[in-house]
Design a protein around this ligand. Structure first.
Ligand SMILES: [Zn+2]
Length: 60
């Protein structure tokens, strides 16, 4: 197993971590029902994806 040759200093580790930023997930709207949806996922409200019905949703 590969092992780092030298210890990474506190400063270096902290510098690397300054670029790590937690972002809010992208939220779009459904083209069918305008509900907020996550990208590349079928709409949980009406069960459509790219204008096609892909999953059956109860009460829809
Ligand atoms: Zn929808």
């Amino acid at each position: 197993m590969a092992v780092p040759k030298r210890k990474i200093s506190k400063t270096r580790g902290r510098k690397r971590r300054t670029h790590w930023v937690a972002k809010a997930p992208q939220v779009g709207t459904c083209t069918q029902c305008n509900a907020p949806i996550l990208p590349y996922r079928a709409c949980p409200e009406c069960g459509t994806y790219k204008g096609r019905n892909v999953i059956s949703v109860k009460g829809a």
